[in-house]
Design a protein around this ligand. Structure first.
Ligand code: PFF
Length: 450
């Protein structure tokens, strides 16, 4: 099998693309409210620990496997295994990644579609309307959700069909700087219009009394999801990374940017929520109800609201293209169909599955699928709590115990013995054990609910 020769053109593209994948809806909703409700600074400290002990080593492993093979995740795992004298069956990990990518994309697109819809809704918001009613109106209509879901998936298909360089690289190089500027605008807005000090203390004042074993699990799960690990996105983007880029430094930068933006998202949201006396609720309500209500009362709210929802939409789009790319890359590389046809067909499957998730907001709101969860919740459960941790754990086990040292050393830049030794220790002993702990603990309540 020939290695693919496509590599990112820009020196910064890998960092921007991987950060684009990492920074998404999970950061902007998940991190702030989890930090706020799990002991503030105490959670942030535990989260940072997880990023460095689990996230960073697994991210490096994914890039090493991807870049050394220069293939899509399925073939990268297979090649790495064969060249290391291990079973080609390790490619199953790659297949699991492709599956989770499509499943996550299916519901991620529904949520991102609501963000797109909210760009217009917030532009026309007035203090006379109720943001709760506005949210019910937007989600009660399956046709409305279907329309925005279709728009969002089509954007993904379009970008990916254009290819790695003319599609993904071009769009990422434009979107990521815009995302950074918009988040800075939103933090400045929170400084001017919000109760910034209260927001700061909600997120950072460490309250160790609220730390329980569940806090560790929540921080670990969040770190994992936030860095897009365990499903091949980073491995796939790593396969396009030029040879002269330093894997350790770039991984550190991506993890740092992801954390920085998660913290900035909290600082953009909570000061506003407190200043307007709103509910620091978790989940969709935090942004679609509480934030909308704040924008409708804020000076220039009809301008700032759309800026906020454009920010969310961009963050979602730069993540979602990394969900679809690994499977399209596989179809393209195996010459099963051309890239555009692969993007359309795989995007169509995600679109179809997404219909189940959008019905969870209306016609199927009473229907439960897995462990008492609605369709969207079930998809989230299968991917977030089963496939991703399993994928990440097996990547760690493979890289730590099976992948040949020659391959690893060839990928880490010269003179990086110290980096190699520390990485090897973490990937072999620390990361897989910690991920297994999260995995098992997340499953315990599941079995209780069955
Ligand atoms: N990291 C994204 C977020 O925090 O929203 C979600 C995600 C994207 C997970 C891509 C996995 C992935 F492959």
């Amino acid at each position: 099998m020939n290695k693919n020769t496509i590599t990112w053109i820009g020196k910064w593209t890998f960092i921007l693309a991987a950060a684009g994948s990492a920074v998404g809806l999970g950061n902007i909703w998940g991190f702030p409210y989890k930090a706020g409700t799990n002991g503030g600074g105490a959670f942030v400290l535990i989260y940072l620990g997880c990023i460095f002990m689990i996230g960073l080593p697994i991210m490096m492993a994914e890039i090493i496997i991807g870049r050394s093979a220069r293939k899509s995740p399925v073939n990268a795992m297979k090649n790495g295994a064969i060249e290391s004298g291990a079973s080609p069956k390790w490619q199953i990990v790659g297949w699991g990644g492709l599956l989770s990518g499509i499943l996550i994309l299916s519901f991620y697109s529904v949520l991102a579609g609501i963000c797109l819809n909210y760009i217009g809704i917030s532009a026309g918001a007035s203090s006379a309307m109720s943001s709760v009613e506005e949210f019910s109106r937007a989600t009660a209509s399956a046709t409305n959700l279907l329309f925005w879901h279709t728009v969002f998936i089509s954007l993904n298909i379009f970008i990916i069909a254009y290819g790695v360089i003319s599609g993904i690289e071009r769009v990422i190089n434009f979107m990521m700087p815009v995302l950074f500027i918009l988040i800075i605008v939103m933090v400045l807005n929170a400084m001017i219009n919000g109760d910034f000090m209260r927001g700061l203390s909600f997120m950072f004042a460490p309250d160790f009394s609220q730390v329980t074993p569940a806090t560790f699990l929540s921080a670990m799960g969040q770190a994992f999801f936030s860095l897009s690990l365990g499903m091949g996105s980073i491995m796939c983007y790593g396969s396009y990374m030029p040879d002269d880029e330093n894997i350790f430094k770039t991984s550190l930068t991506v993890a740092g940017l992801d954390t920085l933006i998660a913290i900035m998202a909290g600082l953009a949201i909570f000061p506003i929520i407190f200043a307007y006396g709103l509910d620091a609720a978790s989940g969709p309500n935090l942004v679609f109800v509480s934030m909308l209500s704040a924008f409708s009362d804020m000076p220039f709210g009809n301008l700032l609201g759309p800026v906020f929802f454009i920010l969310l939409s961009i963050a979602a789009l730069s993540s979602s293209i990394s969900l679809l790319e690994p499977s399209v890359a596989y179809f393209d590389e195996e010459k099963i169909v051309s890239r555009p046809v692969a993007a359309i067909s795989l995007g169509f499957i995600a679109w179809l599955l997404g219909i189940g998730s959008l019905l969870s907001f209306n016609l199927w709101s009473d229907k439960t699928f897995i462990a008492g969860l609605d369709f969207l919740g079930s998809m989230d459960f299968i991917t977030n709590q089963l496939l991703m941790p399993l994928g990440g754990m097996f990547v760690a086990i493979f890289a730590g115990w099976f992948l040949s040292t020659k391959i690893v050393v060839g990928e880490l830049s010269e003179g990086q013995e110290k980096v190699f030794n520390i990485w090897k220790f973490f990937i072999k002993f620390v990361s897989p054990v910690l991920v297994a702990a999260v995995f098992i603990n997340q499953l315990i309540p599941f079995f209780h609910n069955l």
